[in-house]
Design a binder for this molecule. Structure first.
Ligand SMILES: Nc1ncnc2c1ncn2[C@@H]1O[C@H](COP(=O)(O)OP(=O)(O)OP(=O)(O)O)[C@@H](O)[C@H]1O
Length: 359
């Protein structure tokens, strides 16, 4: 059942166009010793229908609080969360239940019932929704097929691997045909290989069902691998948001940069990192980011040819984000020519960032 079948029209005009809209959402909690603590401050974000959108932040940044507002598990202290045109915080009773049917959720620790088989875990939301038994059976079989658990259908959670448990979680979340799937660190407890298979399943579901996926994570690699859009949250505020590719290529905020330094290739070799300092030295160490068609351009060779500046390559990688090439190089060059070299590279649409100095 869709939300609109069940809800009063009062909120219907709100949040048009966005699958989920956060409108100046704040949340504060009482502190044990008195006073208030702001877990979220004035968060505004539109999640485009059909996208996979990642919210990334450190522990305590407010990710879970934000996610849990989408299905009404948390209520904003001020502001509104609009899902498919309806104000979640204002919904009660049948209206809130309808929203929850339209918003599936998967969890880091799977949250399966140990006493129920795979089949019966997946059936649970349908039972709760009052779906007739005769309809539950074929629906569960279809879901088991979709997540590739045919062999395990009659096993209990304790007999499954982490990846299989998460597949059950995904099937259960899809049972009521939601429009939105929330993912709360769904791959954080899984090894890298299993993570990739679960991310692939989420991608397939997003593509095949046109479902909007909103995921929270503290790993930029997850965002890179799956999300078309990303919002970076820091201290309860969104500090940067946009298409993943743009945020990777032109990160604006230091928090975004620090998340990116773990994934975009390229960590400084130890022998350079240990000598790096902030005050001027004879060699400047810079990060050069290449995007789109420039990823394969021999810009550093041109720098030598046009300006006579020779560059040492310290580390580098070219990868693909949202199907587009993206390269990242760490180089050192003579510090007295640094500004000139960076201006040249920027003129050729590369992005540069000074990391420090050696010598
Ligand atoms: N019920 C609550 N009462 C008081 N403080 C809370 C409550 N829930 C969350 N907080 C606080 O709000 C802040 C944000 O918590 P939240 O769980 O949203 O962060 P998070 O980014 O999801 O972190 P993690 O990745 O560690 O789960 C934290 O400082 C947390 O301690």
């Amino acid at each position: 059942m869709s939300i609109s079948d069940d809800l009063s029209p009062s909120g219907a005009a709100a949040g048009q166009g966005a699958a989920i809209r956060f409108e100046a959402v704040s949340k504060s909690y009482s502190k044990p010793g008195g006073g208030r603590f702001d877990a979220l401050s004035e968060v505004s974000l539109d999640v485009t229908p059909g996208t996979i959108t990642g919210i990334i932040g450190r522990s305590g940044a407010g990710k879970s609080t934000l996610l849990r507002m989408v299905n009404g598990l948390e209520v904003p202290s001020s502001g509104r969360v609009i899902v498919a045109g309806h104000d979640v915080g204002a919904a009660r009773g049948g209206a809130l239940r309808a929203i929850r049917r339209d918003v599936g959720m998967i969890f880091q620790h799977f949250n399966l019932l140990a006493s129920r088989t795979v089949r019966d875990n997946i059936a649970l939301p349908l039972e709760v929704a009052g779906v007739p038994k005769a309809q539950i059976k074929p629906r569960v079989a279809e879901l088991i097929e979709r997540v590739g658990l045919g062999v395990q259908a009659d096993r209990y959670p304790a007999e499954l691997s982490g990846g299989q448990k998460q597949r059950v979680g995904i099937a259960r979340a899809l049972a009521t045909n939601p429009k939105v799937l929330l993912s709360d660190e769904a791959t954080s407890a899984l090894d890298p290989e299993t993570t990739q298979t679960v991310l692939q399943l989420l991608r397939d579901i997003n593509r095949d069902l046109g479902l909007t996926v909103l995921l929270i994570t503290h790993e930029m690699a997850v965002v890179r691998d799956i999300a078309s859009h990303v919002a970076v949250i820091d201290g309860g505020r969104i500090v940067e948001a946009g298409e993943t590719y743009d945020v990777f290529v032109r990160p604006q905020h230091p928090t975004t940069r620090s998340f990116l330094s773990g994934v975009t290739g390229v960590t400084l070799p130890d022998f350079v990192a240990s000598r790096l300092h902030e005050t001027a030295g004879s060699e400047e160490v810079i990060r050069v980011t290449f995007a789109g068609q420039h990823a394969t351009d021999p810009m550093l060779a041109l720098l030598g040819r046009d300006l006579g500046i020779s560059v040492n390559i310290l580390a580098g990688a070219v990868e693909e984000i949202s199907g587009r090439p993206f390269g990242n190089l760490l180089v050192s060059l003579p510090a007295q020519r640094g500004a000139e070299a960076r201006a040249y590279l920027e003129r050729h649409n590369l992005t540069t960032e000074v990391l420090g100095y050696v010598g």
